[in-house]
Design a protein around this ligand. Structure first.
Ligand SMILES: *Cc1c(COP(=O)(O)O)cnc(C)c1O
Length: 383
């Protein structure tokens, strides 16, 4: 089987070969445990981890001491939400969290779990463009609100929430802001100071790094955020996340982040041009296409469309030479219509006919042209 044209970068990205080269020595020669600082192998590993911590911190304008390595964004989200919920420091405030109904399942499922533990959760709606209303957010924050959890960019639609304004609002009303930046990190500017973000999650495998590594950022000053550990055993990562560090993975995340940071604006321009080309070509070759989500506040790499009268599952069974997603890769196993598009008021037909194209570093003009042809042919055959 030939490898398909890969237009599913929001699900995961291939490792950048340069990242792989950086990781390689840490599997065999430099195999030390970063906690074994009493010999050179351990020190070497610890130094490599500290370099990666600096690299990650630099991407989001944080201090390296605010960066905690985890097994991925899902764990970082769990640590942020449960860690704040468990913290005695905020217990007097109340037990209320505000989030959005289009968040990733990592956030929504964790919130549901907290609800069963007695927390009250407000799920903000979104408009047809996938954006929240700041007035509604403001009205939802009460004296009892400890935390607001709003993602930066949505994985299904690429819609970017006005995180800077959200940060300001949370600060004014005394609530902490957690943001899942898994889709925006490395693609969009993130500045935890300018955006008033208190906690943030990201993942290496969405930015050309390895799977199984992520980061939680926890603000140290103005205010100092108190997050409790949820995994105990040895006190690694300043006691917030115990367990032997995944040194090769962390080294890879650092290298991946650095490449994204250094090439961000060029890469964004190139990918936006390809995405816009794909969008134009699909429009001109297939009738009855609508875009899901804001076209103004949107990641440069993402295009989510509904094709009139099409069932995307049927369409994708037909098209084996292009890898795209019919809804969120994480939920399409259940074959349920996308709750994200549902929250945006899309009809059942529009949800059934939705396809997410997500482009990336290795996408070419030829692939975009070929993918358009393949889709146009398949749609006209099915019609
Ligand atoms: C992929 C993704 C996650 C989960 O990240 P993992 O590192 O795979 O656990 C969380 N949130 C968003 C928005 C994502 O796109």
């Amino acid at each position: 089987m030939n490898t398909p044209i890969y237009l599913d970068y929001n699900a995961t990205t291939p490792l950048d070969p340069r990242v792989f080269e950086t990781m390689k020595p840490y599997f065999i020669e430099k195999f030390g445990n970063a906690a074994s600082r009493n010999h050179s192998l351990g020190c070497e590993a610890a130094q490599a981890v500290e370099l990666a911590r600096q690299q990650v911190a630099k991407l989001i304008e944080a201090d390296p001491r605010e960066i905690f390595f985890t097994s991925g964004a899902t764990e970082a989200v769990n640590l942020a939400l449960k860690g704040i919920a468990e913290s005695p420091y905020y217990a007097h405030n109340g037990r209320h969290i505000v989030t959005v109904c289009t968040e990733h399942k990592a956030v929504l499922d964790t919130c549901e779990w907290l609800e069963r533990k007695g927390w009250s959760i407000t799920y903000l709606p979104v408009n047809a463009d996938g954006l929240i209303d700041l007035q509604q957010l403001k009205a939802a924050i009460t004296q009892q609100t400890v935390l607001v959890a709003v993602m930066h960019a949505n994985n299904e639609t690429g819609v970017i929430q006005p995180i800077e304004k959200i940060g300001r609002l949370c600060k004014q009303h005394g609530a902490l802001l957690f943001s899942d930046t898994t889709q925006s990190a490395g693609k969009e500017r993130i500045d935890v100071e300018a955006f008033d973000i208190d906690l943030l999650a990201m993942s290496a495998h969405k930015m050309y790094g390895p799977k199984g590594v992520g980061v939680l950022y926890v603000r140290r000053r103005k205010p100092r955020v108190r997050c409790e550990a949820i995994i105990h055993g040895g006190g690694h990562e300043r006691g917030l996340r115990s367990g032997t560090l995944n040194v090769p993975g962390i080294v890879g995340m650092g290298a991946a982040v650095e490449l994204c940071r250094l090439n961000m604006s060029n890469e964004q321009k190139r990918i936006r041009r390809l995405r816009d080309k794909l969008q134009r070509q699909l429009y001109s070759h297939i009738h009855g296409i609508t875009i899901n989500g804001s076209t103004m506040q949107r990641l440069a790499n993402t295009l989510n469309v509904s094709i009139e009268g099409m069932d995307s599952e049927v369409l994708m069974r037909d098209i084996t030479s292009v890898a795209v997603s019919s809804s969120s890769a994480c939920t399409s196993a259940t074959l349920q219509p996308s709750y994200v598009l549902g929250a945006m008021g899309r009809s059942d037909e529009q949800m059934a006919g939705s396809i997410r194209f997500s482009l990336g570093r290795f996408t070419t003009d030829e692939e975009v042209a070929l993918a358009t042809d393949i889709f146009a042919t398949a749609v006209s055959t099915l019609r």
